[in-house]
Design a protein around this ligand. Structure first.
Ligand code: 5AD
Ligand code: SF4
Length: 460
């Protein structure tokens, strides 16, 4: 008798770390016989990879888990799992345990590799909740079912040691661990052989890569600049990205490495968080606004055409209108290409959650609107300077809204939409194309195929 293959769906919330973890989870499920499901209803197992960085990220996951109750009533054999950052918190586990009986499986950020065993127990009818409070050594050699062929995330560090006072990440992702350079390079080489053209090196703070690595493992001490230079030599890879950088740890040697490695893209995501030195200090960020602006200046000087993006938060406890104005000042001065803006959200167990003077909701809302307005105007101004210019774009594929339009990204990480020209039909994901920018907008550049030879190296 033909037995139909069971199908799995893994849904990630939050950051790229979670997207990458979702690929490992799907890889492990494939290893134990599951195929990929296109949607929830067609799935025999659905796993949510959750984020807890802000309250609304948690609420979205809780909403999705709630919807699964109905689905499971229709399809009782279905397995529902939740993992990731949220369930590293005891109070979340208690909520799932007591109030979400339709959830069959809970595992954390540190024991993903245990999934095959945990699944076997769930398939045998057990309700399994296994979360480790701390990470053990880095686990290598896990399978990954990648979301794309032409581009991939590659972890270089896990966890975080910074303890910014607002941030839950060090509590849910544990202490910082670096992967051995050999392991990182082996993964990049393997990706290149399978057709990958772009890698994004991932860490909470990529600039601290290598701290704590035993020297005997790699014949010397490795830092992030060394790693960039090594990855730059891998044949087949056309572009290298990295995220996230901590402004405190971005050294001149790293700027120099980005400038001199031809595949490393000139895009720097440097979370500012706030422009007031008083607030930065309360956040435990380890830099002043002057030092931040100085870093931006040194990057722009050494790396022509660099794009700089950032994360900014409003409504940190004690933030005054003058503090907020200092943030706006830095946005004007740094001329960010784009910024992700957030309302501060108190996270249980962090230092800032118990600081006095939590800002009222109305003040936070007012500030975020003003910030978004300025950030958008700045981005529009920056993008306007690209009007008429030709940029090198890596093709991602047809645009979601209109399949006759292609979508891709510049080296500076700007999204481009364009109508392919003569040979455009032959362009596949991962190919590089030259595009003339006709209409720059706040978040995307719209253009047409440019009939110019593709120059080696940097264009935009
Ligand atoms: N509230 C709001 N935003 C936060 N971020 C991190 N923690 C919080 C919080 N408690 C933002 C920071 C960080 C980004 C990933 O999320 O700006 O850079
Ligand atoms: Fe969310 Fe942070 Fe976890 Fe990423 S590491 S999923 S941003 S809580």
């Amino acid at each position: 008798m033909h037995v139909e293959q069971k199908k799995a769906r893994v849904v990630a919330f939050g950051c790229q770390m979670n997207e990458r973890d979702a690929e490992t989870i799907l890889g492990l499920l494939e290893q134990i016989g599951y195929g990929r499901a296109a949607d929830d209803i067609g799935a025999d197992v659905v796993i949510f990879v959750t984020c807890c960085v802000r309250e609304n990220a948690e609420n979205r996951a809780i909403g999705n888990l709630g919807d699964m109750k109905r689905l499971k009533a229709q399809k009782p054999g279905m397995i529902i799992g939740i993992c990731g950052c949220m369930v590293q918190q005891e109070h979340v586990r208690e909520m799932v345990r007591n109030r979400m009986p339709w959830v069959d499986l809970v595992f954390g950020t540190h024991n993903i590799h245990r999934l095959p065993e945990l699944m076997a127990r769930v398939e045998a009818g057990e309700r399994v909740i296994e979360v480790w409070d701390e990470a053990h050594e880095v686990v290598e050699g896990l399978p990954a079912s990648r979301a794309f062929r032409h581009k991939a995330f590659v972890n270089i560090t896990y966890g975080c040691n910074n303890f910014c006072t607002y941030c839950i990440v060090p509590y849910v992702r544990g202490r910082e661990r670096s992967r051995r350079p050999d392991d990182v390079l082996a993964e990049v080489r393997k990706l290149a052989i399978s057709g990958c053209r772009e890698v994004t090196l991932l860490g909470q703070n990529v600039n601290s890569y290598g701290r704590g690595l035993p020297p005997e493992d790699d014949g010397g001490l490795w830092g992030f600049a060394d790693l960039l230079r090594a990855v730059d030599t891998v044949d087949g890879i056309a572009r290298i990205r990295f995220t996230t950088s901590h402004p405190r740890d971005f050294s001149d040697e790293m700027i120099e490495a980005v400038a001199s490695c031809s595949k490393v893209c000139e895009h720097f995501h440097l979370p500012l968080q706030a422009g007031s030195d008083r607030v930065l200090k309360m956040m435990n960020r380890g830099y002043t606004s002057r030092r931040y602006v100085d870093l931006v200046g040194r990057i722009r000087q050494a790396v022509p055409g660099a794009s700089i993006t950032t994360d900014i938060m409003v409504g940190f406890p004690g933030e005054t209108e003058a503090d907020f104005q200092a943030t706006l000042d830095i946005v004007r001065e740094a001329r960010f290409d784009a910024a992700f803006t957030f309302i501060y959200s108190p996270r249980e167990g962090t230092r800032a959650a118990s600081m006095p003077d939590q800002a009222p909701e109305a003040v936070k809302r007012d500030r975020i609107y003003r910030l978004i307005e300025l950030v958008n105007a700045t981005a529009e101004g920056v993008n306007e300077s690209l009007r008429g210019r030709v940029v090198e774009v890596m093709v991602d594929g047809p645009s979601e809204r209109d399949p006759s339009i292609l979508a891709g990204r510049t080296r500076s990480n700007k999204m481009v939409h364009w109508r392919p020209g003569g040979q455009g039909g032959a362009l596949a994901p991962g190919d590089l194309a030259m595009v003339r920018v006709l209409e720059p907008r706040t978040w995307t550049l719209h253009g047409e195929a440019a009939d110019v030879p593709r120059e080696a190296g940097r264009v935009d």
